[in-house]
Design a protein around this ligand. Structure first.
Ligand code: AP5
Length: 223
């Protein structure tokens, strides 16, 4: 099953994708994570992406589409993926249709995580991750059980994203409204969009998404 988690920066796409990987054994394809890895490795893509990401701007479509196509060629995507952060523009919508069709696959569902825009800046600016295992935390909403120690791996090192400051978040929201939000009607016209209230606690959002997926015959790992 191929699904898109759709919503503005901070809606909870990454948070929910991690849960789906754990609960349904799905594969998360986060274009933001792919780009951050390229920046870390100092590749050509990373050099182009780094400054744009820091400024909250989208990466050019042709580059993004090439990266996505290469990722879809890896064997772990054969049984379907969670698209987290792609598509973000109309050309990316068309490219995704083409890339999936070429692989004898299709998009099954788009889940829009609806959020109150006022909550987003607070969510993003307070977010940080474990520098060792990548587990996500938040200054207010999700602190480690023991202050300063990762719940998962016990590391005491944490890091924040360079684009998680108020100025960059506001720029990311402008990009979202101008280029990304207008693609939702394309999927609504196909009748494949489901909606969840992203203002609910994280666990409740996860329950709602799981219900949507089970209706579409996705099987949880424990089932
Ligand atoms: P990307 O990494 O995709 O960032 P984003 O879309 O801005 O989304 P975020 O990761 O910030 O938010 P999220 O929805 O995943 O929220 P999260 O779960 O972390 O992209 C980064 C950049 O890469 C882009 O700006 C662009 O430059 C480039 N890029 C990527 N893809 C591209 C593409 N296709 N084309 C062009 N450029 C591209 O949650 C946020 C916080 O809120 C967390 O702390 C979490 O704990 C908390 N939280 C989550 N859910 C809840 C809840 N229900 N209640 C309370 N708190 C919650």
């Amino acid at each position: 099953m191929n699904i898109i988690l759709f919503g503005p920066p901070g809606a909870g796409k990454g948070t929910q994708a991690h849960r789906l990987v754990h609960d349904f054994g799905m594969v998360q394809l986060s274009t933001g994570d792919i780009l951050r890895q390229a920046v870390k490795e100092g590749t050509e893509v990373g050099k182009i992406a780094g400054e744009l990401m820091k400024a909250g701007k989208l990466i050019p479509d042709d580059l993004m589409i090439r990266i996505l196509g290469e990722r879809l060629d890896k064997p772990d995507t054969k049984n379907g993926v969670i698209f987290d952060g792609f598509p973000r523009t109309k050309p990316q919508v068309e490219a995704l249709d083409k890339l999936l069709a070429e692989r004898h696959s299709k998009l099954d569902c788009v889940i829009e995580i609806k959020v109150d825009e006022n909550a987003l800046v607070k969510r993003i600016v307070g977010r940080y991750v474990c520098a060792q295992c990548g587990a996500g935390y938040h200054d207010e909403f999700k602190r480690p059980h023991k202050e300063g120690v990762c719940d998962i791996c016990g590391s005491t090192e944490f890091k924040r994203r360079p684009d998680d400051n108020e100025e960059a978040v506001r720029a990311r929201l402008v990009e979202y409204h101008e280029k990304t939000a207008p693609i939702l009607p394309v999927y609504e016209a196909r009748g494949i969009v489901a909606y969840v209230d992203g203002m609910l606690p994280m666990g409740d959002v996860a329950t709602k998404i799981a219900e949507i997926l089970k209706e579409k015959d996705a099987k949880p790992i424990s089932a």
